[in-house]
Design a protein around this ligand. Structure first.
Ligand code: 0X9
Ligand code: ZN
Length: 304
């Protein structure tokens, strides 16, 4: 079991989900879905209520796209813990839905940020992108309007889109997850920081999808639940005009285009200098994030 008193490394997080699956073999399923560039295993945990019904709807959640956004894997860990340990309160969330969670999309980057203070704010993956520079922005590497806007072709840039779409094994893993669950997938949620935002498509254009009212309604549910729980004010809206930049090739737009009717990027609140909330902030941040996610999931479950 992992608590909220500190941040954990990738091995600890994988060990945690392995232990959960071993302890609850009828409810929790572990799947190795790929390998990072440096050879770390990417594993999803699927949480069910154990009733053995197959092909339920799916909520797909990932964290740790961007290496320095440590509160994101922390929030994924807390969400997993709640769904596993608190079946009484969350029975409705698992009645007709399974949850699939990939807590750390970019473990090479995440481990690199844990090495030293100098590397703490690394964002990208760790595959060399040119003779001089390392890393691609995994959230610019998806093949939906890839590299059209808000991304860079310069391998040294923080938002380098990659030599081509899906050049990064980590993005390929998320792509394949999206496609393998899309038939049953009702909500895709990717956890980032920072900004206290719930963003919905599109992120590559100022245009909005036809179903903007549905997206807004679900996001508003999360926003209100968090406001009521802690007073934290989230801003919600279409990505481009809410975060104030367009960025193409991201996973949220890709999942929405692939068929997830609800797709959100949740930017958790700033802490410390922004990306580095002190360990003493983890507990309240992950708890309020869970309140928001649970509220959004409940609305999704009503709607779909
Ligand atoms: O720029 C990003 O990748 C996300 N913000 S972050 O500060 N965590 O890097 C926002 C992504 C929003 N979605 C799209 N632009 N599609
Ligand atoms: Zn991010």
């Amino acid at each position: 079991r992992l608590g909220t008193e500190r941040y954990y490394n990738h091995d600890e997080i994988n060990q945690f989900i392995e232990d959960l699956a071993k302890e609850n073999p009828r409810r929790i399923f572990l799947k190795t879905v790929g390998k990072s560039y440096e050879g770390r295993w990417l594993k999803t945990v699927t949480i069910t209520n154990g009733d053995a019904r197959r092909n339920k709807n799916v909520i797909l959640v990932d964290g740790g796209f961007h290496a320095r956004e440590w509160i994101s894997p922390a929030a994924a860990i807390y969400l997993i813990s709640q769904l596993v340990d608190n079946l009484q309160d969350n029975a409705d969330l698992l009645q007709d839905y399974d949850w699939v969670i990939l807590p750390v999309v970019n473990p090479d980057g995440y481990e690199y940020t844990q090495l030293s203070e100098e590397t703490r704010f690394w964002r990208k993956t760790r595959k060399p992108s040119s003779p001089d520079c390392i890393g691609t922005d995994p959230n610019r590497n998806f093949d939906f309007h890839w590299n059209e806007t808000g991304a860079s072709s310069d391998p040294c840039s923080l938002t380098y889109a990659g030599e081509k779409a899906f050049s990064e094994p980590e993005a390929v893993v998320v792509r394949d997850l999206i496609h393998s669950y899309v038939d049953r997938g009702k909500m895709y949620l990717t956890l980032h920081s920072y900004g206290s935002l719930i963003l919905y498509p599109w992120g590559w254009t100022e245009g909005v999808p036809d179903t903007v009212a549905d997206l807004h309604e679900v996001a508003a549910e999360g926003q209100n639940a968090i406001l009521e729980a802690t007073g934290t004010e989230y801003l919600i809206g279409p990505s481009t005009t809410t975060i104030n930049y367009a960025a193409a090739g991201a996973s949220d737009d890709y999942a929405f285009n692939a068929g997830f009717p609800i797709s959100f990027t949740m930017e958790l609140p700033a802490g410390g200098t922004g990306f580095d909330p002190p360990a003493s902030d983890i507990d309240h941040l992950v708890k309020e994030t869970w309140v928001g996610i649970a509220a959004m999931a409940r609305r999704v479950i009503q709607k779909y």
